[in-house]
Design a protein around this ligand. Structure first.
Ligand code: FES
Length: 213
């Protein structure tokens, strides 16, 4: 028989997933890019070359996680498009990145519900703390990349929320965000060592109102 009232306990991971060790990103292999271009991207005229340039950049990013200057140069050379034009595509489109993602990826939901619940203030705090200024950037220590998701992640009931290394973390407030960043940056604040299993989902809901002001 169905339970009433329904159990609204959020299905949130009790702790963060094991954080993978930071590994230097693989440099993009120019030979791979050249092979891709020769096989998939052959333009009939300059107009088509301009269109294909963006598609090629997206392909490269999908495979390597970013587009390096060298990779952009191979694209420009193959298509006969000005290098400056290809660079401008990489920097203009928010979905394209020029630097690789860190081992830790924090994707803050900024959909309507989470925004109403204070996600904007939390993102400002994250940017300040990590010393970054815009989405997609990686902290100077190379530990954390912060992305912003402007659509809904489908977990409004635990908002404001984020996806941290692929795991949903909800009921965020400044204190909780600090604890998450402590862990992602590899340090435990104030003698918290050994408490990593502390439940991220168990920060009392009552704290949320004051926390997101
Ligand atoms: S708006 Fe953030 S999960 Fe729905």
């Amino acid at each position: 028989m169905a339970q009433w009232p329904p159990d609204r306990t959020p299905n949130v991971a009790p702790d963060l997933p094991t954080i993978p060790p930071s590994a230097p990103p693989d440099p993009i292999d120019p030979g791979w890019v050249k092979g891709l271009m020769e096989e998939e991207y052959n333009a009939r005229d300059w107009r088509e070359a301009n269109e294909l340039a963006l598609l090629a950049l997206m392909d490269i990013q999908e495979h390597w996680g970013y587009v390096s200057e060298d990779a952009a140069a191979v694209v420009a050379d193959h298509l006969g498009v000005e290098l400056q034009r290809v660079y401008s595509l990489v920097t203009f489109y928010a979905d394209l990145r020029t630097t690789p993602r860190a081992g830790n990826v924090y994707i803050a939901c900024d959909g309507a519900a989470c925004h109403t619940l204070g996600s904007g203030e939390l993102v400002d705090r994250i940017f300040d703390r990590l010393g970054i200024t815009h989405k997609g950037q990686t902290s100077p220590d190379g530990r954390v990349t912060v992305e912003l998701w402007s659509g809904c992640m489908g977990a409004c009931q635990i908002g404001p929320m984020a996806s941290v290394n692929g795991r949903h973390v909800g009921f965020l407030n400044p204190e909780k965000v600090d604890r998450i960043l402590d862990q992602l940056q590899g340090r435990e604040a104030g003698g918290r060592a050994g408490r990593q299993a502390e439940s991220w989902a168990e920060v009392p809901r009552a704290n949320k109102g004051s926390a997101i002001r």
